[in-house]
Design a protein around this ligand. Structure first.
Ligand code: GAR
Length: 202
């Protein structure tokens, strides 16, 4: 039986599209069971619908965090999701939610964590003056952009970079490593040692 992915997003959805392309091309042995957005205007939601995927909006505005997370969990369980992938989902998940799905939630972030968590990571990197940045796929815990790291990819920061050019360079790597991290997690060839995610040989 194919493993079932639940994608959570809030905006553009390019990471979701990269995952969906890899699923469609047979490069990722899984299926997308549901795409959920907390924002009705998210472009990713529209793209999911156009692709004929089950796409649901659960608006989060004005809702208490745990009340919202219980609604999310209900939909994910209804869709029998095995792995939850945050793809530009701009909301912190409650400790309750994280405990409900232990080591079943992944996030992608556009920096080499633990550097530059939170919003506008690429702008933070430029302002700080780092010479190398990149992206990180990690298990989600109750803290922002914080859980055990599965994969990272580095890119150079060039002298004439703007937020746009650096973001584009990082995004190409995001699209590559997110699928790779999902593949590793679904294969089960990993184990946790403290904060370290040990990837076992095939
Ligand atoms: C991506 O760059 C992702 O890494 C970032 O939001 C963007 C979403 O783009 N996520 C975070 O900053 C999480 N803290 P997308 O909607 O085109 O995938």
């Amino acid at each position: 039986m194919k493993k079932r992915l639940g994608i959570l997003l809030s905006g553009r959805g390019s990471n979701f599209e990269a995952i969906a392309d890899n699923v469609a091309a047979g490069r990722l042995d899984a299926e997308i069971a549901v795409v959920i957005s907390n924002r009705p205007e998210a472009r990713g939601l529209e793209v999911a619908r156009q692709r004929g995927l089950h796409a649901v909006c659960i608006p989060s505005k004005g809702l208490d965090r745990e009340v919202y997370d219980r609604m999310l969990a209900e939909e994910l369980r209804r869709c029998r999701v095995d792995l939850i992938c945050l793809a530009g989902f701009m909301r912190l998940l409650s400790a309750w939610f994280v405990r409900e799905f232990p080591f079943q939630i992944l996030n992608i972030h556009p920096s080499l964590l633990p550097a530059f968590p939170g919003l506008d990571a690429q702008a933070q990197a430029l302002e700080h003056g780092v010479k190398v940045s990149g992206c990180t796929v990690h298990f989600v815990d109750e803290y922002l952009d914080h859980g055990p790291i599965i994969l990272q990819a580095a890119v150079p920061v060039l002298e004439d970079d703007t937020v746009e050019t650096l973001s584009a360079r990082i995004l190409r790597e995001e699209h590559r490593i997110y699928t790779e991290a999902i593949r590793i997690v679904l294969s089960g060839r990993w184990r946790i040692e403290g904060r370290r995610v040990r990837i076992l040989p095939e």
